[in-house]
Design a protein around this ligand. Sequence first.
Ligand SMILES: [Zn+2]
Length: 107
Amino acid sequence: MLILECPCCGVRAEESELAPGGEAHLKRFGAGASDEDFEAYMFARKNPKGVHFERWRHAHGCGKWFLAARDTATLEVFGTYPAQTKAPPAELIAAIKAKRPHWEGYE
Ligand SMILES: [Zn+2]
């Protein structure tokens, strides 16, 4: 069972209270972007077995979007943080590296 703490309202929500929103921190390209950049933005998604950064919405709670870092294989949650964050917080990265020394890191 996946349980994530919503950073907006502080509620620890079970997966059925949440709506997944896909990969977090997608790099968007504006007008004039190359076809390759636009294709990567539209279609290319990471699907790692291990640490992954995702968007979630507290659909049956406060309704707000937030981001989460978790292990897709074990469902271990490393942390959640506000959706307005452009990159994972440094302390979250440090916590992940402490638990997963061989993790290649966030790009
Ligand atoms: Zn909430």
